[in-house]
Design a protein around this ligand. Structure first.
Ligand code: NDP
Ligand code: OXD
Length: 309
């Protein structure tokens, strides 16, 4: 029985000895070396190799080394194969840091001051304090919920929107399509932390932007395909949206001729909001494999194929 890792050399260097020590009976291979393909029961990858089941006919579990699974072609993964994504504290902490930074940047007019500095303009804008700024998080999952909590602790007036009803201290929670309008109407800074599914692709579009208060700002730290770029550009021109921080684009890397690069109201970061941290993610992966081998199947990180996340 074996475990196959297709990821970075840094992760392989740490995870292989970790697994070898804790589970010596499980062979650990690092792609492109696979050992006997018929022995591969577990695969951890960002993008699995092609012809997965032809290559590894006895595969039981695919782990995403990241939080998202939209990069997997689900139709090529048979139902009997369990899909597990990464939920680990390092990934969560990184996202909390990123969204706090992005929210504070927008809250304190950071993009305006960068643009002014380029033109040597000294011009103060009136300040709001955090409680006067309403931040709305789309997606209250493993990342969105701690982000909402952190924003609330930092004094922002915080709300969240998810598919099912959530409840958490100091965050007004909205649920489902019927409450989306009410959520948007009270959101000055909109943060997208939704998974990319058929239901959420292109959700950041004109119709949604028009439901936000005038001059609202956007942070997309989820996936580029959530955003309809021409709609954002149009909303920036009209003033309905005043600024955006985008960590993700479609495609990635963002083509050098994209209009997003040169717009002073847009701040681009190259998909660095957060990532699985080698040490903490390795321990989570090992723990999950141990529990799987002991017969456990209901992991919170198990992907529900009917929902797509
Ligand atoms: P989770 O699956 O834990 O949470 C997803 C949240 O979105 C849940 O609250 C879910 O609702 C909600 N949701 C899903 N579909 C809908 C819908 N149709 N309408 C309303 N709400 C919906 O995901 P994570 O928090 O772990 O991660 C979120 C995403 O962040 C990842 O899928 C990935 O794309 C992105 N990401 C980006 C990174 C970056 O560096 N930029 C790093 C890591 C992740 P409910 O709670 O009811 O199920
Ligand atoms: C992830 C990511 O999904 O890094 O983990 O985007």
């Amino acid at each position: 029985m074996s475990f196959l890792l297709k990821s970075t050399p840094e992760r392989a260097q740490v995870w292989k000895p970790l697994f070898n020590k804790a589970l010596p009976e499980l062979e650990f291979h690092v792609w492109p070396e696979t050992g006997n393909p018929e022995e591969v029961r577990f695969l951890a990858a960002w993008e699995p190799p092609p012809d997965l089941l032809k290559r590894f006919p006895n595969l039981e579990v695919i782990f995403s080394v990241g939080a998202g699974v939209d990069q997997f072609d689900m139709s090529a993964i048979p139902e009997h194969v369990t899909i597990i994504r990464m939920i680990e504290p390092g990934l969560t902490d990184g996202m909390v840091d990123y969204v706090l930074w992005a929210t504070l940047t927008l809250h304190r007019d950071g993009l305006t001051y960068i643009a002014q500095q380029k033109k040597h303009v000294w011009k103060a804008r009136p300040n709001l304090v955090a409680v006067q700024r309403r931040v709305g998080i789309m997606g209250l999952g493993k990342l969105g919920a701690p982000v909402a909590q952190a924003l609330a602790i930092n004094g922002f007036t915080c709300s969240g929107w998810s598919r099912s009803r959530h409840s958490m201290p100091n965050v007004t929670c909205y649920a489902g399509a019927e409450e989306l309008g009410a959520f948007l109407a009270t959101t000055d800074i909109l943060v997208c932390l939704l998974p990319l599914t058929d239901a959420t692709r292109g959700i950041l579009n004109t119709s949604l932007f028009e439901k936000l208060p005038w001059g609202a700002q956007l942070i997309n730290a989820a996936r580029g395909a959530h955003l309809v770029v021409p709609d954002l550009l149009e909303m920036l021109e009209s003033g309905q949206i005043s600024a955006a921080i985008l960590d993700v684009t479609d495609p990635e890397p963002l083509p050098t001729d994209s209009p997003l690069w040169d717009d002073p109201r847009i701040f681009i970061t190259p998909h660095i909001a957060s990532s699985s941290q080698t040490e903490t993610a390795g321990r989570v992966l090992l723990d999950t494999v141990k529990r799987y081998l002991a017969g456990e199947r209901n992991f919170p990180s198990r992907v529900d194929r009917s929902k797509g996340y």
